[in-house]
Design a protein around this ligand. Structure first.
Ligand code: PBG
Length: 328
């Protein structure tokens, strides 16, 4: 029997040693909480996403307070828009009295220390359920859509958004939104671009939550093919040159290699979105008693951070912040 010369296990011998040599640390400050809201006065549990709620205006204020109490300092807002307000060009995105602008005003007044991130895309407002304008042939119109996205971004900035996050995947939208924001005096409002957003089946539950699934076709002509890696770097170069302040990879867990590629290729902060399907796989398996919910959720977040994400959008944000605090 030959004794090994190298013994990596020495560094794992005690909890204190493991803490000393740990390479990745997750903190509440890394997390962004995606929240759903509607104009109704009642908070409604979301059938399509057990554990998540469509908040009333009051409920959202309470959730924001809970988030801040736990050390979560950024939220991203997703509105469930009434069907009667949807149309083919998403007209409501520019309504200063719409759900999102009203909510931004009340959140920023009440919690000035909370970073407010808004989604830019037409899907919650589109009667077609697409992120862009659809023509008669079913094509998603790029340049026409960008004009509407710019209006949406400016409306959000005016109402108090700190970070504008275009998730629509139209070409050239970052440059156009930057220009539109600057023209209106919002030089200080950031753009977090969904740089590598894949056409993913993991978004299914989210579309149920917002009732925003495409009425026909799919999103493959604008969202990226899950098989592609180099294309993410092309999108990254474009977003950098167009003036994005931060870039995002989405989904996160099945795309850890892309997070790492993007991290290594840019000096910009990198975000990753642990999407609804990733969250629900862990929820379902832990409800069946097959997985340890807390341990797997924290491991999934640590893995995303280790892959190179500086910040993570996750439905586990509130729980994770609570667990991190418990562990001290
Ligand atoms: C659409 C949008 C989607 C998500 C965030 N913004 C879905 C889609 O592209 O169809 C998905 C988030 C999730 O699944 O948690 N603009």
């Amino acid at each position: 029997m030959t004794a090994p010369h190298h013994r990596p296990r020495r560094n794992r011998r005690t909890a204190a040693l493991r803490d000393l040599v740990r390479e990745t640390t997750l903190t509440a400050a890394d997390l962004i909480y995606p929240v759903f809201l509607h104009a109704d006065a009642v908070d409604t549990p979301i059938d399509a996403m057990p554990g998540q709620t469509r908040w009333s205006p009051d409920g959202l204020l309470r959730t924001a307070e809970t988030a801040l109490d736990r050390g979560i300092r950024a939220i991203v807002l997703f509105p469930k828009i009434d069907d009667s307000l949807k149309d083919s060009t998403g007209t409501q995105v520019g309504n200063e009295e719409g759900l999102i602008p009203r909510t931004l005003r009340s959140l920023s007044e009440r919690f000035p220390e909370l970073t407010l991130i808004t989604d830019v895309a037409l899907d919650p407002y589109s009667s077609d359920g697409h992120d862009g304008i659809v023509d008669e042939s079913g094509e998603i119109l790029n340049d026409e859509t960008i004009e509407v996205l710019c209006r949406q971004a400016v409306t959000q900035a005016r109402a108090g958004a700190d970070i504008i996050a275009p998730s629509d995947m139209m070409d050239g939208r970052v440059a156009a939104i930057r220009k539109a924001l600057d023209a209106e005096g919002f030089q200080g409002v950031s753009i977090l671009s969904y740089t590598a957003k894949y056409a993913s089946a993991y978004y299914g539950p989210f579309r149920g939550a917002l009732d925003s699934a495409p009425k026909s076709g799919d999103k493959k002509t604008y969202q990226m093919d899950p098989a592609n890696r180099r294309e993410a770097l092309r999108e990254l170069r474009l977003d950098e040159s167009e003036g994005a302040d931060m870039v995002m990879v989405k989904p996160a867990g099945p795309y850890l290699d892309i997070i790492r590629e993007v991290r290594d290729a840019t000096d910009l902060p990198v975000a990753a979105y642990q999407v609804s399907g990733e969250y629900l796989m862990i929820e379902a398996a832990s409800q069946s008693g097959w997985l340890d919910r807390k341990a797997v959720a924290m491991e999934s977040l640590t893995g995303i951070k280790r892959a190179g994400a500086d910040m993570i959008l996750t439905y586990y944000a509130l729980d994770a912040a609570h667990w991190l605090r418990e562990e001290g």
